[in-house]
Design a binder for this molecule. Structure first.
Ligand SMILES: [Zn+2]
Length: 475
C-alpha cells in the first residue's frame, strides 16, 4: 500500500526539475571543477548564535558548504567564487538576509486536510476541539494523511522552517511526506492516542522492526495526554526510550480539565506521573505546560525537559497563558522553544508570527527580546529536540539555511547603523515566505517556488481530498 502512495506522489506531485541553475540569476553553476561544493557568497546580513549562544549579526560574509555540512563562515573577500561547483550570489539585487532554518518543535502535519473543517474563531475550547477531532481524523486514509502532511510541511518550508517535530498517530504517512519534501522530521507516534485508541507501545517495536534504513524521519514516542497512559505504559515508554535512544513527547497541562483529569484518574499530577516513571529528562519534550505549579516548573527546568510554547493555539482554544516568566526566572529559558501546532489551532504554519504572538502575549509583565525569540526558533528548539548540529550557522553544523529577500516591505526601512533592527522587523512584520530554503545542503525552495513538489497540483489534490472527506463525514 505504501508503494502505491509513493508512486502516486511521484506521478502527481513531483515538480518539473529546474532546467538548470543558470536561469536563476543568483545561482551560478561552475561545472564541478573543484572539490568544494557550494559557496553562499557575499551575504549582506547573516544572523546566528555563536558557540557561546551569543546572537551575532555578521555583515558581508560567505558560507562554504560541502556534503550538506557548513565548512566555513568567512569574510566575503576571502572566498574565490570560481573555486566552487555552485555559487549563490547573496549580495545581488538588494541582497539577502540569511538565518538558520527555523525549527518547529510541535506540529500535527496530517491534520492539514482539516483546514476549514473547524473554524478557528468559533470559540471552541481545547476540550471541545479535541472531542470533535477524532471523527474527522478517522475518516482519513493513509493516503490522505500523507498528502495532508505534504501540504503542511511545504507551507512550513516556505515560511523558513527546515525541521519539524511531528506528533501524530501514524508513522508511514509522515515518513513518506518527509521523503517527498526532504524535510528534517521527528516522527513521534502516539502510543496512547485520542484518535487511534488501538495504538500502544507495541506499535513502536513493530515500526522499529519494519523500518527501512535509512529513514528520512527520526522515530520518537508520543502521548496525546499523560492521563491516557498508566504507569505500565509509561514504564514501557521509558524502556523503549532507553533501549533505542528515542525522544518522547506529550501535550502536558494544556487545559485545567486535563490537569485535573490526571489527578482524578491516577492520583498524581502529570509532572509527577512522568517523574515516577523516569520520564523527566532532556529526552522529553512537553508542549503547552500551562497548568504547572512553581515547584513543577523548577523540577522541569532541573530535569532539562524541553518545553514547547504555542501561544496562538493557547489563545484560539482559550486554554490559558503559558507561565513564560516563571520558566525564565527559574533559569529555564534555554529549553523553551516554539511550535505551530496544527491548522485547527493556528492561522498559518509559520514560526515568525508565533514569535510575535509570544512577544505580545507576555507584554503585560515584561518584553520578550527579539534575540530571545530568535533563540526559541533556532538554538533553544535544537536543544529541546536533541539535534545539537542544527539551529546555528557555524562550521560542523548541518547546512539548513533560510534566505530572506532584504528589499522587502517586511524588512525596509531599518537602521543601517543597527542591523539588529532587521531581526525586529523579521519578527514584527514576519509571516513572510522565504526566497530560497536549503535543507542539508540542498535547495528545497528556489526563487519562491518549491523545488521538489508541484504546488499547483498539490493544492488541486488537497481540495479534491478535502471534499471527499466532507462527503464521507456526511454519510
Ligand atoms: Zn498539539
Amino acid at each position: 500500500m505504501h508503494k502505491k502512495i509513493i508512486s502516486k506522489i511521484k506521478k502527481s506531485l513531483y515538480a518539473i526539475p529546474f532546467q538548470d541553475d543558470i536561469q536563476h540569476t543568483r545561482h551560478k553553476a561552475n561545472g564541478g571543477k573543484k572539490q568544494k561544493d557550494i559557496l553562499i557568497h557575499n551575504i549582506p546580513f547573516l544572523f546566528t548564535c555563536d558557540e557561546t549562544e551569543k546572537l551575532q549579526c555578521l555583515q558581508n560574509h560567505s558560507i562554504i558548504i560541502s556534503k550538506g555540512i557548513i565548512q566555513e563562515v568567512i569574510p566575503a573577500k576571502k572566498a574565490v567564487p570560481s573555486s566552487y561547483n555552485l555559487v549563490y550570489e547573496a549580495g545581488m539585487r538588494g541582497g539577502i538576509v540569511v538565518t538558520p532554518g527555523l525549527i518547529n518543535a510541535h506540529a500535527h502535519p496530517p491534520m492539514y486536510l482539516m483546514r476549514s473543517a473547524m473554524m478557528l474563531d468559533e470559540g471552541e475550547s481545547i476540550d471541545e476541539t479535541i472531542a470533535a477531532m477524532p471523527k474527522w481524523e478517522r475518516s482519513m486514509t493513509d493516503e490522505d494523511y500523507t498528502f495532508s502532511a505534504i501540504g503542511d510541511i511545504t507551507e512550513q518550508q516556505k515560511a523558513g522552517i527546515t525541521t519539524t517535530l511531528s506528533h501524530f498517530a501514524v508513522y508511514w504517512p509522515i515518513e513518506m511526506a518527509a521523503q517527498a519534501t526532504k524535510h528534517n522530521m521527528i516522527n513521534a507516534i502516539s502510543v496512547a492516542s485520542n484518535t487511534h485508541p488501538e495504538n500502544s507501545p507495541a506499535l513502536i517495536r513493530d515500526i522499529l522492526k519494519k523500518q527501512e534504513a535509512p529513514a528520512q524521519s527520526q522515530l520518537a514516542i508520543a502521548l496525546h495526554y499523560v492521563h491516557r497512559a498508566n504507569s505500565k505504559i509509561l514504564k514501557e515508554i521509558k524502556r523503549l526510550q532507553t533501549e533505542h535512544n528515542l525522544l518522547f513527547t506529550c501535550h502536558m497541562a494544556e487545559s485545567e480539565k486535563v490537569a485535573k483529569k490526571c489527578l482524578s484518574l491516577h492520583g498524581k499530577r502529570e509532572v509527577e506521573m512522568l517523574g515516577s516513571c523516569g520520564l523527566l529528562t532532556h529526552k522529553t519534550v512537553a508542549s503547552h505546560s500551562i497548568y504547572v505549579t512553581d515547584s513543577e516548573i523548577k523540577r522541569l527546568v532541573k530535569s532539562k525537559v524541553g518545553i514547547v510554547h504555542l501561544p496562538t493555539s493557547n489563545a484560539i482554544h482559550k486554554s490559558g497563558t503559558f507561565p513564560l516568566w516563571k520558566f525564565v526566572d527559574a533559569a529555564g529559558n534555554s529549553y523553551v522553544s516554539l511550535g505551530t501546532d496544527g491548522v485547527v489551532s493556528k492561522s498559518r504554519l509559520d514560526l515568525l508570527s508565533e514569535a510575535y504572538q509570544t512577544r505580545i502575549t507576555h507584554l503585560y509583565s515584561r518584553t520578550v527580546k527579539f534575540g530571545s525569540l530568535f533563540k526559541m526558533m533556532t538554538t533553544n528548539a535544537a536543544r529541546t529536540i536533541n539535534m545539537p548540529d542544527r539551529g546555528k550557522i557555524l562550521p560542523g553544523m548541518k547546512a539548513d539555511l533560510a534566505f530572506w529577500k532584504l528589499k522587502d516591505r517586511g524588512f525596509i526601512p531599518f537602521d543601517q547603523k543597527n542591523p539588529m533592527t532587521l531581526l525586529g522587523n523579521l519578527i514584527t512584520h514576519g509571516g513572510r515566505a522565504v526566497r530560497d530554503l536549503m535543507i542539508n545542503g540542498e535547495f528545497v525552495v528556489k526563487s519562491r517556488r518549491h523545488a521538489k513538489i508541484n504546488e499547483s497540483r498539490l493544492l488541486a489534490v488537497l481540495q479534491k481530498k478535502h471534499m471527499a472527506m466532507r462527503r464521507r463525514m456526511r454519510t
